[in-house]
Design a protein around this ligand. Sequence first.
Ligand code: FAD
Ligand code: EPU
Length: 345
Amino acid sequence: MNQGVLEQGVDLQSHNTLRLPGQARWFARITDPDLLPELLEWADSQQLPVQVLGGGSNVVLCSDIHGVVLGIAIRECHWQVLDEDQAILTLGAGENWDTVVRYAASIGYRGLENLALIPGTVGAAPIQNIGAYGRDLSDVFESLDAWDRQQARFRTLGPEECNFGYRDSLFKRDPERFIIVRVRVRLSRSAPFRLDYGELAREVADHADLQQELTPEAIADTVSRIRLAKLPDPAVLPNAGSFFKNPVVDQATGEALRQQFPGLVAHPDPGGLKLAAGWLIEQCGWKGHREAHVGVHSKQALVLIHHGNGTGAELLALAGRIREDVRARFGVTLEIEPRLIGNEG
Ligand code: FAD
Ligand code: EPU
C-alpha cells in the first residue's frame, strides 16, 4: 500500500465550492490511475466507504466523511487527429473543465464553446452530463475510461453504455461503482455552432461584430459574459450552481399549468414540458431570500448560497422549504441536482 498518497484528517471546506464544513478521515490525491486498485483494495479491507471528489462544485457536504475521499488530480491531454475536420481530444479526469474548453476553442476546434466557465473537473462532466446554452457533454462525448469497482478492472465505456440524459447518466444512478480516469471528446473544425438558446441567441443578434466573426473563442467569451452577469462566483458567494433540476411534466399537466399561470416559463421536452425551476421558485417569493447563514441568489433563484458559518443541514432545510412551497403552489416536485455527501448522502 502506497502510504504516500494518503493523508489523515483533511479539512474539506476548501474542497467544495459551497464551502461547507467537514473533514475527511482519509484523503488520497490521485494523480495516476494505477494508484487506484491497491488503494481501493485497502479501503475495502478496512471496510471504509469511498467518496470520489473532483472540484467539489456539485456536492453538498452534509457531515464529516468517515471513509476515504479520493481527490481526482489525473492530468493528461492529447489529440488524435482523424482528418482535416475532426479530432479526438483525450483528457485526464483531473483536468480543469473550463481550461480545456478555452484551449480547444483557442485552436479552432468546435463543440465545447457553449460549455465555457462551468466549474469543476473533466472527470465529473459525464456524471450529470453537464449542459449549458443548448449543448450537453453527450453532444461531443466519444468514450471514457473508468475503474469499475464491481468488476475490479479498468473499462472503456461508450455513449450507449453511459446512458446520458438531462443531468443524468449511468454514473448518477449507480454512484458508487465507477471512478472515471479519462474522458474523450470528438471535436470538429467546421460543425455548425449551436446558437439558438434564448439568451445566447439574443447576445449574438445584438452584436454585429460577433455575427461577422463567429469563432469558438468568441462564443465561449459570450457564454462566459452571460454567465458572469447572473451566476455568483463561488469564490465570493459560495454555491453549487443550480440547486434543483428543471422539472419535466407531461404535456397535459404542462398545458393545465399554462392555463392557470400564463407567465409560466417552459420549453418543449421529449417527456412533455421542461419547466424553469428558477421561475417557479421566484414566483414563490424566494429570490434574494437571506437568513443567517444561507440564502437564495438575488439574480438566479435556482442557486442557493452559503453566506458562511452554516452547515449542509441548514442548506438542506432551506431547500426543503422551497420544495414544499413549489409543490403546494404548482403541484410540481423539485429534485435536488448536486450530490449529497456525508451522512445525508
Ligand atoms: P464534484 O462536485 O467534485 O463531484 C460531483 C459528483 O461527481 C460527485 O458525486 C462525485 O463523486 C462525482 N465525481 C467527480 N469526479 C468523478 C470521477 N472522476 N469519477 C467518478 N465520479 C466522480 N453544471 C452544469 O451541468 N451546467 C452548468 O451550467 C453549471 N454551472 C455551474 C455554475 C456554478 C457557479 C457552479 C458552482 C456549478 C455549476 N454546475 C453546472 C455544476 C458543476 O460545475 C458540474 O456538475 C461539474 O461537472 C462538477 O465538477 P466537479 O469536479 O466540481 O465535481
Ligand atoms: N428564471 C426566472 N427567475 C430566476 C431564474 C430563471 O424567472 O430567478 C426564468 C427566466 O425566464 C429564464 C429561464 O428561467 O429565462 C431560464 O433561466 P436560465 O437561462 O438562467 O437557465 P436555468 O434553466 O435556470 C439551466 C441550467 C444551468 C445552465 C443554464 C444555461 C439546470 C438545472 N440548470 O438553468 O446549469 O447554466 O440553464 O443553459 O438545468 C447547473 O446545472 O448548475 C447550471 C447552472
